[in-house]
Design a protein around this ligand. Structure first.
Ligand code: NA7
Length: 537
């Protein structure tokens, strides 16, 4: 067999793939990482649109595994912009000499499990085949962008872009008539950044989102010295926290507070904002009445910021709880609507009918545009996995298995797919928490599991069907105890035509999830079977 053999193949060289490679090397394994981009960084490699910035604080949106790395890298802002995060990813790749095991510009198209050899065979876009005992997906949760199927796009004479595959060369938007479709986190970041420099910005909004201020600021020498001296305790807090960030949330419920005290508390949270806003009471994502108090506060803030009452009416979210769609975090978003060169079009009231060679035609009006930008989101969490044709035991495909519902045990492994491990897969906390904390926990769990298998002479690991289904039911139950499923969103898959819709991430929090994973290991990998037939539950 001339096929190249590895101990492990990792798909993706973003933050998950890079750290996985680092840990597998420490186990002495031969590893190949396939990466479709030209360099490391994943999300931060592809998302180069103006205004792209992480809305988790830099000091905790960074690797914790190397104290030396922590000390030598100095973040410049409380919330880092995309170029700085990409620079950090490149620095990590250089520092740990990761690139020599990464095959860039190579997309994995298919993978099947060969039951005779207990190996995964992987096929890539350049027709190459490789085999490995372990196949580890590090494809990310938001890497499969969606451009809506609007008639006429191919006839559009101007330039058009999806924010998740923004060109590497500078796109000159100055003085251009720019159309933006989508007002999620990305659309809000993009429009706030460019409104001041474009000729005219037309924002096509279907659903208004709740957005709170980012309150970004430079990190000075003193901030950094203090952070560097306290990294260990901050990381420990993140690891066992709800959201993978060092917020100490308020234990009080909003419904139990008096009106005056609640107003003061919301105002203080607004002044520090970022995601900590939703933790200013313990029940904002659990109790609809509490949630309403926060939503009303944000509504007042929107109305204070936007001068035109009719525009403010359109920007105020209606009919779904704050935070049920991912909360947006902005820098001066609502204020851009006071500018003469920004207009808001309600495409729920007047839907986009088609794209013309010169712009966008809605039911009631035509808009002339030079550039059209789609900030229309992603086929989240399962999308990047299902783009590949993955087949496990008996040739059964993952697409088939997940037709109804993406069942997984711990978001880490699927029954019928031995030795396939998914970093931040469906059923893990993934997108509900700081992704780096989530990634590090999965990578470390996987590396420890492989080391334990080698110690015990086990070839394969696979979850038991019963463990997988009870985990998936629990993910569902926890989601249903929150307000998240009360609206359609990319969390539920409803943003993708024909996608099975269930709330996909584990909503019990990072700390609780980590404890469960630890207990399962202490209990001899409860719910997993090692080698065919060695069930242990
Ligand atoms: P999101 O949050 O999925 O936002 C996509 C936006 O695009 C949202 O406002 C959608 O409206 C809108 N959309 C999608 N399709 C259409 C069509 N056909 N017409 C009009 N509007 C449309 O994606 P983001 O990239 O902003 O954020 C994804 C995550 O990336 C973010 O949460 C961070 O974790 C990073 P809808 O709400 O569906 O009515």
């Amino acid at each position: 067999d001339s096929t190249t053999q590895y101990d492990a193949i990792v798909i993706g060289a973003g933050f998950a793939g890079m750290y996985m490679l680092y840990r597998l090397r420490q186990l002495g394994m031969s590893v190949c990482v396939y990466e479709r981009g030209n360099d490391v960084g994943g999300t931060w490699y592809w998302n180069r649109y103006p205004g792209c910035r992480c809305d988790i604080e830099s000091l905790c949106y960074s690797y914790s595994f190397s104290p030396e790395l922590e000390q030598e890298w100095s973040w410049t802002e409380r919330y880092a912009a995309q170029p700085e995060i990409l620079q950090y990813a490149k620095h990590v790749a250089d520092r740990f000499d990761l690139r020599r095991d990464i095959r860039f510009r190579t997309t994995v198209t298919a993978a099947f499990f060969d039951e005779k050899s207990n190996k995964w065979q992987v096929t890539t876009s350049d027709g190459e085949c490789a085999r490995a005992r372990f196949l580890i997906s590090a494809v990310g949760c938001l890497s499969s962008g969606i451009v809506p199927d609007i008639p006429g796009l191919t006839d559009f004479k101007g330039a058009w872009y999806h924010t998740g595959s923004w060109p590497h060369e500078t796109v000159d938007l100055s003085d251009k008539r720019v159309g933006l479709i989508g007002t999620g986190s990305t659309g809000i970041q993009f429009s706030s950044e460019i409104a001041h420099s474009v000729g005219h910005l037309t924002i096509f909004q279907r659903t208004p989102n709740y957005s709170v201020p980012l309150c970004n600021e430079p990190l000075d020498k003193k901030d950094l010295e203090e952070a560097k001296a306290n990294y260990r305790s901050m990381r420990a807090l993140c690891r066992y926290s709800m959201a993978g960030s060092p917020y100490v949330g308020n234990k009080k419920k909003a419904v139990d507070d008096t009106n005056d005290s609640r107003e003061r508390n919301f105002a203080a949270a607004w002044d520090g904002a970022g995601f900590s806003f939703v933790f200013c009471y313990s029940d904002l994502l659990l109790d609809i009445d509490s949630n309403r108090t926060a939503a009303e506060f944000v509504e007042r803030k929107i109305r204070e910021a936007v001068k035109d009452r009719a525009v403010a009416d359109l920007l105020v979210p209606q009919g779904y709880p704050l935070g049920a769609k991912r909360l947006c975090v902005d820098t001066g978003y609502y204020q851009i609507f006071n500018r003469d060169n920004v207009s808001l079009v309600d495409v729920r009231e007047s839907p986009i009918e088609y794209i013309t060679p010169t712009g966008v035609r809605t039911l009631h009006e035509e808009y002339d545009l030079d550039v059209l930008v789609f900030a229309t989101g992603y086929d989240a969490i399962t999308g990047p996995l299902l783009r590949m044709d993955i087949r496990g035991r008996n040739g059964r495909s993952l697409r088939q298995k997940w037709r109804e519902w993406p069942q997984s045990y711990l978001g880490l492994m699927m029954e019928g797919f031995p030795n396939l491990l998914t970093i931040t897969g469906p059923g893990s906390p993934c997108v509900l928490v700081n992704m780096i904390v989530s990634i590090e926990q999965h990578v470390e769990w996987i590396a420890d599991c492989i080391a334990a298998m080698d110690r015990d002479g086990k070839q394969t690991i696979e979850p038991d069907a019963e463990a997988e289904s009870s985990w998936s039911n629990m993910v569902d139950e926890i989601a249903n105890s929150t307000l998240y499923p009360l609206t359609d969103s990319w969390f539920t898959g409803k943003n993708v035509n024909g996608k099975s819709s269930r709330f996909t991430p584990y909503a019990g929090g990072m700390g609780q999830y980590r404890r469960i994973c630890e207990e399962i290991v202490e209990d001899g990998y409860r719910g997993f079977r090692f080698d065919a037939g060695c069930a242990k539950i």
